[in-house]
Design a protein around this ligand. Structure first.
Ligand code: MOS
Length: 741
C-alpha cells in the first residue's frame, strides 16, 4: 500500500473545537423568533383506553396555544397508508394521537403547545385523563404458551441449521447446557430526543431533528404529511449520542411537524429523560445454549435458541443466534429464534444489536465448556477455530482473529493464568481472568457524496450522513484530504442535511465503508478533472502520463514518487480556466465480488476483575481488546470507538437494566439516578490493539467499521473473569452484587 499522508495517522477530531466551545448546535438548540414549545403528555397506563380527556384548565392558561389529543389531532393524508422508515420492522407503525387505544406505558397521548416551555409543561399537568385499564403482559420470562417464529423482515437472516445437532449432542462425550437471560436496556444518549420545526415565510419546513439519518426523517415526514422533499428539509449537524436510538424517527418529530402545520407556527418538542424510556430498548432475551464436545474439547454439536420480545404492533427481530453457527468449526448446528409479543413499545436496535446479547450467552457457554473439559478457555477457542464461515459456506474476506488472540493474550499476560477458579487473591479481593470472542458485520451500503474543489485549493465535501459521535467528520475529512493530496485544514466536510447527496442511516458500523467510499470516489472524480487540466498546462511534465501513474501530494499532482514533476492544483485549474470543479457520485458496493465472501470484524477481549469476597463488588481492573477491523482510517477516533464499546460492555455486564414493574407494565427506573451506567469511577485500564488486517474485498478503502465490534464479547469476558475469580457462574446480566453473594 502506498504511503499515506492522513489515513492511518492520528489526528484530533475536526469538530472537537466546535463541540467543546458550544459552537456545535443540537436539534433542541436552534432558535427562531416566535418559536413555540410543545410538551408531551404521556399515558399512565400500559394497556387499555382513554375514556375521557379534559384539557379545559390547560387551555384557559395564558400562553397556551393548543392542546392536541386524539380527539382533535389531525389525521394526515397518508397516515392510513402503509408508511415505513429505513429501520422499521414489519407491522403497523405506531401513530401518535390517533385513537383512544393505549398500547404501551408512557405512550404519547397529548401535546400541549405554549409560548414557553415552562407554561407548556405546567399546562400538561392540568390535563385530566381517565382510562379504562387492562392488565398488561410485559414479562418475557413468564412461561409463554409456545413461541412464535418471526415472519421475517428485510435484512433479517433466519437462522439456518446444519448437520444433526440433536443426535450429535446426544452422542457427545461431554455435554453442557444452560439458560441465559439479560435485562432490557435503554440507549440513554446524553442528548434528549428533540425536533425544532421552523415554518419559513414560504410555508416550507426546516426541521432540526435528532436522528441518525436526516434522509430517513425526511422520508417519514414527507410520506405522512404528503409533502415534497423541497417542503421539508431535515438538518442534524451534531448528535449527542445515538447508539441506535436515532435509527427510527421518534414520535416527537411527528408531533412537532403536526403542531407546526396545524398552528402555522414554529414548534419545538423535546422529550424528557423519563420519556426517553418510552420508545425503543434493547429487548430482554432468554437463551439456551447446548454444547456437545469430545473429551479433548472438539465441538460436536451446537444448539442455540433465543426468545426475544417485541411489541404487539411490530415484529422487531435481531440476529441473536446466527453467531453460534459462525464463530467456531462445528458440523452440527441447530439454531432457533423466537419472539413473544408484549405490551411495550417495539424494541430498537442498540449498539451491535443481537450480536452483543447472543455472543454474551454463547461465549459464556464456551467458557463453561472449557472448565468441563479442563482446557484453557483460549486454547479451546483456538482448537475450534473457524477457517471459513460455515454458516454460509464462504471464505472470510479476511479474518485475523488468530492474531487478535495472540496479541491480546501477550499484552494481557494470559500465559500466567492459573487454571483453577479462586486461585488468585489479594487480601479480601478475589482476582479472575476471562476471555471472549467478538464478531460483527463489515457492510457497505449505497451512498452518495459531492466534492467541490475551488481554485483557491479549498475542498468542500458533503453527504447527508450523520456523526453520532463516532468521528464521521474526521474520517471523511481525512479520506477527502488524502485523495486530493490536501492538508486537513483545506477540507470542509458537511453532513446532516437533506440538501446534501443521500447517505444511508448512520448505523451498522457501515459509515466509513459506505460514505467513505463515496467520498473517495467523488474526490477521485475531481482529481481526474484536475489531472486533465494539469496535462494541458504549457510544457506540462505530465503530458504523457495516465491517471494511474500520478498521485496527489501537497496540493500538487505529480508522477508517482517524482517530486520534480508536480503541477499545482491551483496552476492546473487556472490553466483550465475554472473557478471550481464539482463532482457528485453515487457509490454502490461491488456486490458480485463481495457476495462470494463472508465479511466480518472480529475481536478477542481479555479481562481482569477483582471481586470483593465479602461485599460482592466487582471492579473491572484491566481490559485488553484486540480488534481485527480491516484498515484503520482514523486511529484516534477508531480507538475511541473501541474504548466506548468496552465501557458499554462493562456497563452492560455489571450495571445496566431497565426494570419493568410488570403490574403496571412500566419501566420504573426511568432516570439516570436509578438506571445505572458506568461512570469514570467504574472504568480503569483499557488497552486497545488493532491487529493488521488487509482486505481489498469489503470496499475500496479496506475499512470494515469499528462502531460496534468494541462492545461485543466484553460482557462474556467479564462474566468469565468473575467465574474465574469466585467459582460462581452468573447467567443473568447485569451481574449485580446480589447475584454473587
Ligand atoms: Mo447502530 S444500533 O446500527 O446505531
Amino acid at each position: 500500500m502506498a504511503a499515506t499522508t492522513h489515513i492511518g495517522r492520528s489526528t484530533r477530531r475536526v469538530d472537537g473545537r466546535a463541540k467543546v466551545t458550544g459552537e456545535a448546535k443540537y436539534a433542541a438548540e436552534f432558535n427562531t423568533p416566535g418559536l413555540t414549545y410543545g410538551y408531551v403528555i404521556s399515558s399512565d397506563i400500559a394497556k387499555g383506553k382513554i375514556t375521557k380527556i379534559d384539557a379545559s384548565d390547560a387551555l384557559s392558561l395564558p400562553g397556551v396555544l393548543q392542546v392536541f389529543t386524539h380527539e382533535n389531532a389531525p389525521r394526515p393524508a397518508y397516515f392510513d397508508r402503509k408508511f415505513k422508515d429505513d429501520d422499521s420492522p414489519v407491522g403497523e407503525k405506531f401513530k401518535p394521537l390517533y385513537s383512544a387505544e393505549i398500547q404501551f406505558s408512557m405512550q404519547p397521548i397529548g401535546l400541549v403547545v405554549a409560548d414557553s416551555f415552562e407554561v407548556a409543561r405546567y399546562a400538561a399537568s392540568l390535563v385530566k385523563v381517565e382510562y379504562k385499564a387492562e392488565t398488561p403482559e410485559t414479562n418475557l420470562r413468564k412461561k409463554p404458551k409456545g413461541h412464535k417464529a418471526p415472519t421475517g423482515k428485510t435484512g433479517f437472516t433466519p437462522p439456518k441449521s446444519r448437520g444433526n445437532a440433536a443426535k450429535a449432542y446426544k452422542n457427545a462425550e461431554v455435554q453442557f447446557e444452560a439458560e441465559y437471560y439479560h435485562m432490557p436496556e435503554h440507549h440513554n444518549p446524553m442528548e434528549m430526543f428533540a425536533s425544532t420545526v421552523i415554518v419559513e415565510e414560504d410555508g416550507k419546513l426546516k426541521i432540526y431533528d435528532k436522528t441518525q439519518g436526516v434522509a430517513n426523517s425526511q422520508t417519514y415526514v414527507t410520506n405522512i404529511f404528503g409533502l415534497s422533499k423541497e417542503e421539508a428539509r431535515v438538518i442534524n449537524p451534531y448528535m449527542g449520542g445515538g447508539f441506535g436510538s436515532g435509527l427510527r424517527p421518534q414520535y416527537q418529530l411527528y408531533l412537532a411537524v403536526m403542531a407546526a402545520r396545524e398552528l402555522n407556527r414554529s414548534v419545538r418538542v423535546v422529550l424528557t429523560r423519563e420519556q426517553m424510556f418510552s420508545f425503543g430498548h434493547r429487548p430482554a432475551t432468554l437463551q439456551t445454549v447446548s454444547l456437545g464436545a469430545t473429551k479433548d474439547g472438539l465441538l460436536q454439536a451446537i444448539k442455540h435458541e433465543a426468545l426475544g420480545e417485541t411489541s404487539r404492533f411490530e415484529e422487531y427481530t435481531e440476529v441473536v443466534v446466527n453467531w453460534a453457527g459462525m464463530l467456531y468449526h462445528c458440523d452440527n448446528v441447530e439454531l432457533g429464534y423466537y419472539l413473544r409479543n408484549l405490551d411495550t413499545y417495539t424494541p430498537l436496535d442498540m449498539r451491535a444489536p443481537g450480536s452483543v446479547t447472543g455472543i454474551a450467552a454463547f461465549e459464556t457457554a464456551i467458557d463453561e465448556l472449557s472448565y468441563k473439559v479442563g482446557i484453557d478457555p483460549l486454547e479451546l477457542r483456538l482448537k475450534n477455530y473457524a477457517e471459513k464461515n460455515e454458516f454460509e459456506g464462504k471464505p472470510f474476506s479476511s479474518k485475523e482473529l488468530r492474531a487478535c488472540y495472540a496479541q491480546g493474550a501477550a499484552r494481557f499476560g494470559w500465559a500466567k493464568r492459573p487454571a483453577q477458579p479462586r486461585s488468585m487473591r489479594e487480601g479480601t479481593k478475589l482476582i479472575g481472568w476471562g476471555v471472549a470472542t467478538g464478531m460483527w458485520d463489515a457492510q457497505q451500503q449505497k451512498s452518495a457524496a459531492k466534492a467541490n474543489l475551488s481554485v483557491d485549493g479549498k475542498l468542500v465535501v458533503g453527504s447527508s450522513t450523520a456523526d453520532i459521535g463516532t468521528g464521521t467528520y474526521t474520517a471523511m475529512t481525512m479520506i477527502a484530504a488524502e485523495t486530493l493530496g490536501l492538508p486537513l485544514d483545506a477540507v470542509t466536510f458537511k453532513l446532516g442535511d437533506t440538501t446534501l447527496p443521500v447517505a444511508p442511516l448512520e448505523g451498522g458500523s457501515w459509515t466509513v465503508a459506505s460514505v467513505g467510499s463515496a467520498v473517495k470516489e467523488a474526490c477521485e472524480a475531481v482529481a481526474k478533472k484536475v489531472f486533465k487540466m494539469a496535462k494541458d498546462v504549457k510544457d506540462s511534465p505530465l503530458s504523457g502520463a495516465s491517471f494511474d501513474e500520478v498521485e496527489f501530494v501537497e496540493g500538487k499532482v505529480q508522477l508517482k514518487g517524482d517530486y520534480s514533476s508536480g503541477v499545482s492544483i491551483v496552476e492546473a485549474m487556472r490553466a483550465g480556466e475554472v473557478n471550481f470543479i464539482e463532482e457528485e457520485t453515487t457509490t454502490m458496493p461491488n456486490m458480485l465480488k463481495q457476495m462470494q465472501y463472508a465479511r466480518n470484524t472480529h475481536s478477542a477481549v481479555f479481562v481482569e476483575v477483582e471481586v470483593d469476597e465479602d461485599l460482592g463488588q466487582i471492579c473491572v481492573r484491566r481490559v485488553v481488546s484486540a480488534i481485527a477491523g480491516g484498515r484503520v482510517i482514523s486511529p484516534k477516533t477508531a480507538r475511541s470507538q473501541i474504548l466506548g464499546g468496552v465501557v458499554w460492555g462493562i456497563s452492560m455486564a455489571l450495571e445496566e437494566e431497565s426494570v419493568l414493574d410488570h403490574h403496571f407494565g412500566r419501566f420504573m427506573n426511568h432516570n439516570l439516578a436509578e438506571y445505572h451506567v458506568a461512570v469514570n469511577a467504574d472504568i480503569h485500564d483499557i488497552d486497545v490493539i488493532f491487529v493488521e488486517e488487509h482486505d481489498d474485498i469489503v470496499n475500496p478503502l479496506g475499512a470494515k467499521g469499528l462502531g460496534e465490534i468494541g462492545i461485543v464479547g466484553v460482557a462474556a469476558a467479564i462474566g468469565n473473569a468473575v467465574y474465574h475469580a469466585t467459582g460462581k457462574r452468573v447467567r443473568e446480566l447485569p451481574i449485580t452484587l446480589d447475584k454473587l453473594l
